[in-house]
Design a protein around this ligand. Structure first.
Ligand code: NAD
Length: 491
């Protein structure tokens, strides 16, 4: 039985989605506390649902369920895990409209993008792990040693709101594949999708205790999970500040901690690039999901010799990036997730103006007709200097910062001038030249000439963008311990 006590189907007509129970040991269970966290629709600030504000005792109960089931799930057959992951992927297909609508309501992501990135991608990721298991080699031999890979154990997952289900599946799918058990703490802003996922996992028959869901605050549920001696690994996705805290909280128990953190990624247009292709793609790479994307390419580094061609192209595209109701299929840019996020983005836009960058599109003014929601104008600045806050800090909103270079060496220095290193882009008509440049960028993933996202390629950061890798085989192996069994050498 699921715990959605008002509606179970599509969230049409703004019915409240109130989830009043946590998913622990295969059952919908009342929290030991009584508080609920309210979930807002950022397009108008209305409350659309609520979830339990979990307690420390709820975390303890979930950890003990996950510990108990680890001894069984870690011994499950690979065939069983493949079946679960295949059925999960099918379940995504069956519920795709509901999932996309719920995420659009919680996050404000434009609905057409939700369908692809918020639901389609996690569906493919679940399937990719079923495929990976088909041929994965769990054992190998190094001289006299048998090398055995085993699931690491009980995992705690702490996730953000911006691509909520994608971040969750990037952890849950490889953990199921590896034979791990888990406790998920989703974000406070967008937790409803995680409850739908628990419904799906329950329906497809994932054994009790393998997946547990405890919603709540970072400072309580997240902190307890990170420090819990019964948790063997924490996989965290979120801001760099919270990632540092999670690492500190986890230190005493010496558990594995993998971090997927913030970004301020560079997109470099080399002198010979096709500008119309490059600018079209660069605008989507910065503004998708209303700019609330960790891997957004927010620093556009362009040749001084071509700036006069580039500015009108950027201006036209950014001004044409349609802001509006995220449920409207023609909307490209929805609201910011919360009023705090809106205020923070506006503060960055004002700081860019005050520090002397040239505003070429957008700006801090409200948008007529959209004053009730947390909307911000898609904004672009040129003449941005490396000393400015809009160059250095992650804004997490629809703001592009453009700067110029006069030599390729300078372009590389600018690209690598960041505390972060999550993503990047390079454009050139000569693919080898672009790849040579990409090799020198200090960042975890780089798109050359708009090369698309690959769900089986490792995703993760250099520097303050993190220390883990998700997706594909690299993401899978984060959930494994490696054991060497040394056999006697026969002489
Ligand atoms: P956030 O750090 O505020 O919250 C992320 C999660 O951490 C939430 O579930 C929150 O409740 C929890 N949390 C906060 N403080 C905690 C603490 N002390 N102990 C334990 N848990 C705690 O981030 P957010 O605002 O939800 O998401 C936006 C950030 O996430 C951005 O910086 C973005 O770049 C980053 N992000 C990174 C990736 C990636 O893969 N690298 C992907 C998406 C988002």
């Amino acid at each position: 039985m699921n715990s959605m006590n008002v509606i179970r189907g599509r969230p049409r007509g703004h019915a409240m989605i109130n989830r009043d129970k946590l998913y622990i040991d295969g059952s919908w269970t009342r929290s030991t506390g009584t508080d609920q966290i309210m979930v807002e629709d950022p397009k108008n600030g209305q409350i659309i649902g609520s979830v339990p504000d979990g307690t420390l005792a709820d975390v303890d109960a979930a950890v003990s369920a996950a510990r108990k089931s680890f001894s069984i799930w870690s011994e499950s057959s690979v065939e069983h895990r493949i079946e679960i992951l295949t059925n999960l992927s099918e379940s995504f297909k069956a519920r795709s409209d509901t999932l996309a609508e719920v995420i659009t309501m919680e996050v404000g992501t434009p609905i057409e993008y939700s369908k692809i990135a918020m639901v389609g991608t996690p569906r493919v990721v679940a399937k990719s792990y079923a495929k990976l298991l088909d041929s994965y080699q769990w054992e190998s031999q190094i001289r006299n040693s048998l090398i055995v890979k085993e699931p690491i154990g009980v995992c705690g997952f702490i996730t953000p709101w911006n691509f909520p289900l994608h971040q969750i599946i990037g952890k849950v799918a490889p953990a199921i594949a590896a034979g791990c058990t888990m406790i998920l703490k989703p974000s406070r802003e967008a937790p409803l999708n995680a409850f739908l996922l628990a419904d799906m996992l329950h329906e497809i028959g994932l054994p009790n205790g393998v997946f547990n869901l405890v919603s709540g605050r970072g400072s309580s549920v997240g902190s307890r999970l990170s420090s819990h001696p019964g948790v063997d690994m924490i996989s965290f996705t979120g801001s760099t500040n919270a990632g540092v805290k999670v690492t500190e909280q986890a230190a005493e128990s010496v558990k594995r901690v993998t971090l997927e953190l913030g970004g301020k990624s560079a997109n470099v247009i080399l002198e010979d690039a096709d500008l119309s292709k490059a600018i079209k793609s660069s605008i989507s790479a910065c503004f998708a999901n209303s700019g609330q994307t960790c891997s957004a390419l927010t620093r556009l580094i362009v040749p001084e010799s071509r700036i006069s061609e580039i500015i009108p192209l950027v201006k036209e595209r950014v001004e044409g990036y349609k802001v509006g109701d995220p449920m409207n299929p023609s909307t490209k840019c929805g609201p910011m997730v919360s009023s705090e996020q809106k205020e923070s983005v506006l503060e960055y836009i004002n700081s860019g103006i005050e520090e002397g960058a040239e505003l070429i599109a957008g700006g801090p003014d409200p948008i007529e007709g959209l004053e009730d929601g947390y909307f911000v104008r898609p904004t672009a600045f040129s003449g941005v200097l490396p000393s400015m806050r809009i160059w250095k800090e992650e804004i997490f909103g629809p703001v592009l910062s453009i700067t110029t270079y006069t030599s390729e060496e300078e372009a590389l220095l600018l690209a690598n001038d960041s505390d972060y290193g999550l993503s990047g882009g390079v454009w050139s008509e000569d693919i080898d030249r672009a790849i040579t440049f990409a090799r020198k960028m200090k960042t975890g993933q780089i798109s050359v000439n708009g090369g698309p996202f690959n769900v089986s390629a490792p995703f993760g950061g250099y520097k303050k963008s993190g220390n883990g890798r998700e997706l594909g085989i690299h993401g899978f192996e984060e959930f494994l311990e490696v054991k060497s069994i040394q056999k006697p050498i026969e002489r």
